[in-house]
Design a protein around this ligand. Structure first.
Ligand SMILES: C[S@@+](CC[C@H](N)C(=O)[O-])C[C@H]1O[C@@H](n2cnc3c(N)ncnc32)[C@H](O)[C@@H]1O
Length: 306
C-alpha cells in the first residue's frame, strides 16, 4: 500500500487520544485461527487492546486471535433471537462476542468453544471481566469434537452458533437437535439483485445466494441429494456456484421441503461478489427424504457429500 506510513501517522494524529497503534491488513486470512496478516504502520507495537461492544468489555490481542468489529450487528442480531435462559453452544466462539452477551443480556448458559488456545484464554478472561464466568463454560476443542460432546450434555444445548464462514457448513451433520445459526460465504447473487442484471453487470453467478447456501446445507445433511446434482463443486468450501443454476435451485427446493424452517440471512458484503450469510434452521424439522423422482445418477469425481 503506497503512503502507508503517512496514512498511519495521519490516523494516529486525527482519530483521538485513545489510538496508540495503527495496523493494516496485508493479505486475505488464510490462518486456521482466522488471524489477519497485519503490519504496523503507526504508533507503538502493542496489539493487546480492549474493545467495547453491546455495553461489554472484550480484551484481545489482534496478533493472536480473530476479531472483526464489523460483525457487531450480527452478534447483536443473533443474541436478541436466543430465548432467555436457553442453553447455548457457541462452536467457534473466538473471544466471546456471542457467548458473553448471551450470558449477560439473556441469562443463558453458554458452552463456548474455540480451538485457538489464545482465543480460549481471552474467552475465559472476558467472561470474568463481564461477571458471567459462572454462565460461560469455555472449551478448547476442535468443533466436531465439541459438537459430539454437546450431544452428551445434560441439559443439552438448544441453540448452536457456528461462525466460521469458510468451513462451518461442513460441521452441520454433527449438530444434535436445536436451532442452528451457521455462517458461510457465498458467490451467489443477493436476493434483491436479479440474475440477469448481475450477468449484464459483468458478474458470472446466476445462482442466488439463497439457493446456493440451501443446496450446500443439503449436500452436508442429505447425502442422497448429491445424486440429484451431478456437477462437481457443491461442497461446503464455497465452490458451489459453478453448477448449473437450475440444478442448484432443484436441490435447494428439496432442502426447503425437508427443512421448512430454513432461512438464509444476508450479513455483509465481504468483497465484490462475495457475501457473508447466516443460514438458520431448526434441526428437529428435518423430514424424511421423498422417494427419488429420477434414477440416481453416478457421482462425479469431487462431488462427495462431505
Ligand atoms: C471467524 S472466527 C469467529 C469468532 C467469533 N465467533 C466472532 O464472531 O468474533 C472463527 C473462530 O473459529 C476458530 N476455529 C477455527 N477452526 C476451528 C475448529 N476446527 N474448531 C473450533 N474452532 C475453530 C478460530 O480460532 C476463530 O476464533
Amino acid at each position: 500500500m503506497p503512503y502507508k506510513y503517512f496514512l498511519g501517522a495521519v490516523l494516529l494524529d486525527k482519530t483521538g487520544t485513545g489510538v496508540t497503534t495503527v495496523l493494516t491488513k496485508t493479505d486475505n486470512i488464510s490462518d486456521i485461527f482466522r488471524v489477519y496478516p497485519q503490519e504496523l504502520i503507526g504508533g507503538r507495537d502493542v496489539t493487546l487492546t480492549e474493545h467495547r461492544e453491546a455495553g461489554l468489555r472484550f480484551r484481545l490481542d489482534v496478533r493472536s486471535v480473530y476479531w472483526n468489529s464489523r460483525l457487531s450487528h450480527e452478534h447483536a442480531r443473533i443474541v436478541s433471537r436466543i430465548p432467555k435462559g436457553a442453553v447455548v453452544a457457541d462452536v467457534f466462539a473466538g473471544i466471546g462476542p456471542f457467548a458473553v452477551p448471551a450470558a449477560r443480556h439473556r441469562g443463558c448458559t453458554v458452552h463456548a468453544n474455540d480451538l485457538n488456545p489464545e482465543s480460549y484464554r481471552f474467552l475465559v478472561e472476558n467472561a470474568k471481566l463481564n461477571g458471567v464466568d459462572s454462565l460461560v463454560l469455555a472449551h478448547n476443542l476442535d468443533g466436531r469434537e465439541f459438537l459430539e460432546a454437546c450431544g452428551r450434555m445434560e441439559p443439552p444445548p438448544s441453540v448452536y452458533i457456528m461462525n466460521l464462514p469458510a468451513i462451518s457448513l461442513a460441521f452441520l451433520d454433527a449438530v444434535p437437535t436445536g436451532s442452528v445459526y451457521a455462517h458461510c460465504f457465498t458467490r451467489g447473487h443477493k436476493s434483491h439483485i436479479s440474475a440477469s442484471s448481475e450477468v449484464g453487470g459483468g458478474s458470472v453467478s446466476t445462482v442466488s445466494a439463497q439457493d446456493d447456501v440451501c443446496a450446500r446445507v443439503g449436500a452436508v445433511l442429505f447425502p442422497d441429494l448429491i445424486s440429484l446434482y451431478p456437477s462437481a463443486g457443491m461442497l461446503p468450501d464455497g465452490s458451489l456456484a459453478e453448477g448449473p443454476a437450475s440444478e442448484v435451485a432443484r436441490v435447494a427446493a428439496e432442502v426447503r421441503r425437508r427443512i421448512p424452517s430454513i432461512h438464509v440471512h444476508e450479513v455483509r458484503d465481504v468483497a465484490p461478489g462475495k457475501l457473508m450469510v447466516c443460514v438458520q434452521y431448526i434441526r428437529e424439522n428435518v423430514v424424511a427424504p421423498a422417494a427419488p423422482q429420477s434414477p440416481p445418477r453416478k457421482r462425479t469425481q469431487g462431488s462427495s457429500g462431505e
